[in-house]
Design a protein. Structure first.
Length: 500
């Protein structure tokens, strides 16, 4: 695959067009971070408000990834991604035109929807590449797309400064942010007219039921309900944060109303889950071993994504301000230094997927990388103004490598669980990455950077332990084709070990 990577024909063309779509959504998603302190000074925001905006940027991505996952499985990645790319111009322009904290909260909440684009490409890449190449293909898609965070933190400050003559000599952050949305919307039209959901002659498989994930055992059903509650909890945590002192975006009564609405959403989710899985729950339907998958494995992948992508979201959101304040740097210089973290996505996430492909054990790849995430963040806990800046950069880049490689290793497994429900499963796992980002940034907003680094490190070490003892090696991981695409006469192998 690597030999033909730059051929730009057939599946490689689809891969490049799709990772670039993800790249643009990431530029938009993180176009606020490099200007956080500048916007704070211009609009007279308190430090707590700036940190809260970072949380808002992630919040709606949680339900959006679930919804996008269902739309994706039903309508296909071509239509779903194109519409999402075109929508990006709305929150970008809203941010660029914002005049106060409340307007910024609304614009960044809407921006969280754009962050759900990752899920779409997971299904697109899975349609065009075989299981044995899934790790490297998904790693390139995710890693080169995540490189958009580097593009935002490195290029946007330069663009803002170079066009400062339009803003009376001040940093022209409004123009830079607006431009990202306009370019992304234009590419949405280009993407729609230049890709297709599957190779010619291949049928796009859809779930038999919509509205919730169809599971294959009662135990998996209850695990899914608990998983759904966790995501609702993250949104409730954000509502609580928006009511706190020095924020006051919500009143106490509004917070309670939000919690009530979230409870209603959880009840509705649970009802839809029961409706989709009713025959299983009442004993009228059972699944053959070849059709079964364990939602407990999905839950464990959700945890690996919390510790990998969740920590990446938190780090990318706080590192520019962290370097600026810790080492007394100008915001442009701090943004460029902080950009070394997302810069590594160019190689680190693909390498995580490649290692998973070549190591011949996706389970132990995930375990070892998770341990690396834990150790590197615990090292970052000790960064202070007394450190040489190159050493601080080296430690953050080490953490970046393991966290991003962990993302690649996670999504080398996700598409192998149940092909026709890849969108929903990828949405669940991806949403938990944002869950991690929300929780980590909430901790950061209440404490400080060293506490955040140590929390992320300890969580990753716990995850490594769970992977070592409970993550099961996917069967068919290194096959030349997906099980359900084999000829009828071929021997079929279950994707995951069946449940007891």
């Amino acid at each position: 695959m690597l030999k033909n990577l730059f051929s730009f024909s057939d599946r490689y063309r689809i891969l490049h067009q799709t990772w670039f779509a993800f790249f643009l959504t990431f530029v938009c998603w993180f176009n606020f971070a490099p200007f956080a302190t500048t916007i704070g000074r211009e609009l007279h925001l308190a430090p707590e408000q700036i940190k809260t905006l970072g949380i808002c940027n992630l919040a709606l991505t949680i339900p959006a990834r679930l919804i996008i996952g269902m739309l994706l499985d039903r309508f296909g990645p071509r239509i779903t991604y194109s519409m999402l790319l075109m929508f990006a111009v709305v929150p970008c322009l809203a941010t660029a035109l914002a005049q106060d904290f409340n307007q910024l909260v609304i614009s960044r909440l809407l921006m969280g929807i754009v962050g759900s684009g990752f899920v779409v490409g997971i299904r697109m890449v899975a349609e065009w590449f075989e299981p044995k190449e899934m790790g490297i293909a998904q790693g390139i898609y995710g890693g080169w797309g995540n490189f958009g965070a580097f593009g935002a933190e490195f290029a946007l400050p330069i663009l803002a400064v170079s066009t400062s003559f339009f803003a009376g000599g001040a940093s022209n952050w409004r123009f830079a942010i607006a431009l990202t949305g306009i370019i992304t919307a234009i590419y949405g039209v280009i993407y729609y007219n230049n890709v297709q959901d599957t190779p010619t002659g291949k049928v796009y498989k859809k779930p038999k039921k919509n509205g919730s994930l169809e599971v294959t055992s009662i135990k998996s059903f209850w695990a899914m309900i608990v998983s759904n509650f966790g995501l609702i909890f993250a949104l409730g945590l954000l509502a609580w944060r928006l009511e706190q002192k020095n924020i006051h975006f919500l009143t106490l009564n509004q917070m309670y109303l939000t919690w009530l609405l979230l409870a209603g959403l959880f009840a509705y989710q649970s009802y839809k889950a029961w409706q989709v899985n009713r025959e299983l729950l009442i004993g009228k339907k059972t699944y053959a071993p070849s059709q079964r998958f364990q939602f407990g494995q999905v839950a464990l992948l959700e945890f690996t994504y919390i510790t990998s992508f969740g920590s990446e979201l938190a780090a990318v959101s706080m590192l520019p301000a962290f370097f600026e304040k810790t080492f007394a740097l100008e915001h442009v210089a701090a943004g460029m230094i902080a950009a070394t973290y997302p810069f590594l996505n160019l190689i680190s996430r693909p390498s995580g997927g490649l290692i998973s492909d070549k190591f011949n054990s996706r389970k132990w790849t995930m375990t070892i990388i998770s341990a690396g995430i834990g150790v590197s963040y615990l090292m970052a806990h000790f960064i202070s103004s007394s450190w040489p800046i190159p050493l601080a950069i080296a430690v953050t880049m080490l953490a970046a490598y393991f966290a991003q490689a962990g993302c690649g290793a996670t999504y080398s497994i996700v598409p192998l669980i149940k092909k026709e429900a890849t969108g929903q499963i990828a949405g669940n796992v991806g949403a938990y990455g944002n869950f991690g980002g929300v929780v980590y940034l909430t901790i950061f907003s209440l404490t400080d950077a060293p506490t955040l680094f140590s929390t992320m490190g300890i969580a990753a070490l716990v995850c490594a332990f769970l992977c070592a003892f409970f993550l099961k090696e996917p069967k068919g991981s290194f096959a030349a084709t997906f099980e359900d695409e084999l000829p009828e006469t071929a021997t079929k192998t279950p994707i995951f070990l069946t449940e007891e």
